[in-house]
Design a binder for this molecule. Structure first.
Ligand code: ZN
Length: 360
């Protein structure tokens, strides 16, 4: 700070008037105008406001809407973005295309000053059937797509598989979990295996009374739970163990009892009730909401969440390597439903090299 500026600040009482962009009108949620707030703050502090600074140019370039093929990006109410996984014919199974489109949409919503709350929903009868085992999309992330610096995704042995799982399942889900703005999962129908990761990555969960949850990776695929190992924090250790040991379905009612979901509502009310909750949160000060989220996430992290998750991820990799050694494929498909097993066998025979690296 310049010496003269400190004296000038001391001579005058602090200006506590709200910045113009923060005023609400007629009780309506205020609409932020970040550029205007910055200009006013600069004027108040006697700083020169630099219009067309490189930072503002950068923000304008980033504001362009990415193009999506497997998701929809909606703004159903002021300050609310709704990301909809849109592969209902595939039960919204998550392959690479959808993964990076969800990531781009979260990033876009977080960088958009006008968005305060983000909803993650799934089109059709079911929220999400898990990771796409058909491998119809390209399975290896490109350098442009990758959010992390681990690469060599097609390296031999388990080097490629480990790097790929870290990138597309563990760290990208962690990144969504740490998106600064409040997120709400809007969940209906079945949620299977990796689909639970998408639910758990969100801060709040609204689900319909027909929602049901299953992680069958341990009971049917030879790996000890999905990669984003949030199970004990969602269900408590004892119930989480039973859930994984048996592969049984967890009902919406029980998920609510265990604290895994916030509210269970009638199926036809789900979108409206989720939006109502989003709008209520969006009316609050968006920066304070970010601080609440960060405080909660840090609290959970100090309970050891991330370290426990990393340890479970390492054990998950042992599961894949064991399956690869015994069955020649990174998951044990001998217990899978015959139709799914047949499609994987077909893919495996068509592309043995890919089959040895493409895990779930
Ligand atoms: Zn895996």
């Amino acid at each position: 700070m310049q010496p003269g500026r400190a004296a000038a600040v001391d001579r005058h009482p602090p200006d506590t008037r709200p910045l113009s962009g923060r005023r609400g009108r007629h009780g309506k949620p205020f609409r932020r105008n970040i550029a205007r707030e910055r200009k006013e703050l600069d004027a108040r502090l006697g700083r020169e406001h630099q219009v067309n600074s490189s930072n503002e140019r950068f923000q304008r370039e980033e504001a362009a809407m990415p193009e999506y093929t497997q998701i929809l990006y909606e703004t159903p109410a002021p300050h609310v973005a709704r990301i909809v996984m849109n592969r209902p014919d595939k039960l919204n199974a998550q392959g690479n295309v959808m993964t990076y489109e969800i990531d781009a949409a979260f990033k876009h919503a977080c960088h958009d000053d006008d968005i305060h709350v983000i909803i993650l929903a799934g089109a059709g009868k079911h929220f999400n059937a898990g990771h796409d085992l058909t491998f119809e999309d390209p399975v290896m992330p490109t350098e442009k797509q990758a959010i992390g610096m681990w690469a060599q995704f097609d390296a031999p042995g388990w080097e490629g598989g480990y790097a790929r799982e870290k990138e597309v399942y563990l760290e990208i889900t962690e990144r969504w979990r740490n998106a600064p703005k409040p997120t709400i999962a809007e969940v209906q129908g079945a949620v299977v295996a990796g689909g639970n990761m998408l639910v758990w990555a969100c801060d709040l969960v609204m689900c319909s009374d027909d929602a049901r949850f299953r992680d069958n990776t341990a009971s049917e695929m030879g790996v000890p739970g999905v990669e984003f190992f949030q199970h004990p924090y969602e269900l408590g250790v004892r119930k989480a163990k039973e859930w994984l040991f048996t592969g049984d379905w967890l009902s919406a009612a029980e998920a609510e009892r265990r604290g895994m979901v916030n509210h269970v509502v009638a199926r036809d009310e789900l979108p409206a009730r989720t939006l109502e909750l989003a709008e209520k949160i969006a009316a609050n000060n968006p920066f304070t909401m970010k601080l609440v989220k960060e405080s909660m996430n840090k609290s959970q992290d100090l309970m050891g969440r991330k370290h426990a998750m990393d340890a479970a991820f390492a054990l998950h990799q042992i599961g894949h390597m064991q399956a690869l050694l015994v069955h020649g494929f990174p998951i044990d498909i001998t217990r899978l439903h015959p139709s799914l097993r047949a499609s994987i066998e077909q893919m495996k025979n068509a592309n043995a090299d890919l089959a040895a690296k493409a895990s779930v």
